[in-house]
Design a protein around this ligand. Structure first.
Ligand code: SAH
Length: 362
């Protein structure tokens, strides 16, 4: 590392920051001070870090930076859910969502611009994949939301359920979680983090041996290989059976369980037979089921089942001893609900993008 390397604090774990400071002739303990300012106070400007000398502040301001996503728009739903449209350094946009009292306060964070997984019912999948987020961009969403919502001192959870597939961007995702967990920064407990994935198997195996272990949620959505092939295309590569075997092997603490997410699509995967197959599939796995009645959207060729159908599905699972919850959809009036996050790629007008999604010409 040369002495004039431009360090981006947002992309740097505490230990790396200590090294960078040492290389540039500064005391290592400044790293903790900087982390505290950035993560606990929401600062993005070295000049305000008043426990550093003026000379150090001036030098850092000249040589280093703290990249931070810029808030372009905030939309607040009737139920308090707030969707943030954020602009990244290269002009691309992502969305992050604040969901109050579920019962905890929750930030729903993106890991990619768009998504490559193309799940048949998900609007983000329709966008296609644009790029991975960096660790700093992932953790930066949390910094920005906590600052904007005045929640730097409040406990909250994060779920990696925004745009993108976290295990398709493994290194940046795990680095972001380590930065957020650092005791000198936000000190977010891994128990307050949930990683949701379609099940990219090699990455799931890697996750199984991580020192920092978030809660795991698996997007299951189908109960036979054929059905899941259609709904979650990566199933053709990493099938249901292998995925569930990996879940059986996944290390869990004593009272922990894997959450299985199951989107309910009318007349597609919501029958009593599906529910019974689901019970059989989960046999021997420490898991619980979270049912997600489809959030409908223009361009998504499925319907949401009626409430009595959803309830019957849930009851069948519960009667067979499975812990089941039904996700109340939040923020639908501002398109902040699951699978509804989508940003327009730069240069295309929103209307054009929407027309494309609905099957029109670009
Ligand atoms: N890429 C991650 C996070 C996705 S969002 C994953 O696939 O797990 C979190 C959940 O919302 C996933 O289970 C996803 O399949 C689901 N979802 C996507 N679109 C949806 C929709 N239109 N209605 C309801 N749930 C949806």
């Amino acid at each position: 590392m040369s002495t004039n390397t431009r360090i981006d604090v947002a992309e740097t774990e505490l230990r790396e920051l200590e090294q960078a400071l040492a290389v540039q002739g500064h005391p290592r303990f400044h790293a903790r001070q900087i982390y505290r300012w950035v993560y606990k106070r929401g600062l993005t400007d070295f000049s305000q870090m008043t426990d550093l000398s003026r000379a150090v502040r001036a030098q850092l301001a000249e040589r280093w930076l703290i990249s931070t996503p810029e808030v372009v728009r905030q939309e607040r739903s009737q139920d308090g859910t707030t969707k943030f449209l954020l602009r990244l350094a290269d002009g691309k946009h992502i969305e992050s969502v604040f969901i109050p009292d579920t019962p905890a306060m929750t930030f729903c964070v993106s890991t990619q611009v768009g998504c490559a997984m193309k799940c048949a019912f998900c609007l983000t999948g329709r966008m296609g994949f644009e790029r991975n987020l960096t660790a700093g961009e992932i953790a930066g969403q949390v910094r920005v939301l906590a600052r904007e919502l005045g929640m730097l001192e409040t406990r909250f959870n994060i779920v990696l359920m925004g745009m993108g597939e976290p295990l398709h961007n493994y290194d940046a995702t795990m680095k972001a979680l380590r930065m957020l967990a650092d005791e000198h920064g936000l000190a977010l407990s891994p128990r307050r983090m949930t990683l949701s994935t379609v099940g990219v198997l090699p990455a799931l195996e890697r996750l199984a041996s991580e020192p920092l272990m978030p809660n795991l949620a698996i997007s299951l959505h189908g109960t036979t290989e054929d059905q899941r092939d259609l709904l979650v295309p990566i199933n053709r590569k990493y099938g249901l059976k292998e995925l569930l075997d990996a879940c059986r092997r996944f290390p869990l603490a004593r009272r922990e369980r894997i959450t299985f997410e199951y989107v309910l699509l009318k007349d597609v995967n919501d029958t009593p037979d599906d529910a019974r197959r689901l019970v059989r599939l989960l046999h021997g796995i420490k898991g619980k089921v979270n049912l997600l009645p489809l959030n409908e959207a223009a361009g998504i060729p499925f319907e949401r089942p009626a409430d009595d159908r959803v309830n019957a599905f849930a009851r069948l699972l519960a009667d067979r001893g499975i812990t089941v919850s039904v996700r109340r959809s939040r923020g639908r009036d501002i398109r902040a609900a699951c699978g509804q996050l989508i940003t327009e790629s730069s240069g295309r007008a929103p209307g054009v993008r929407l027309a494309m999604l609905m099957g029109g010409a670009p």
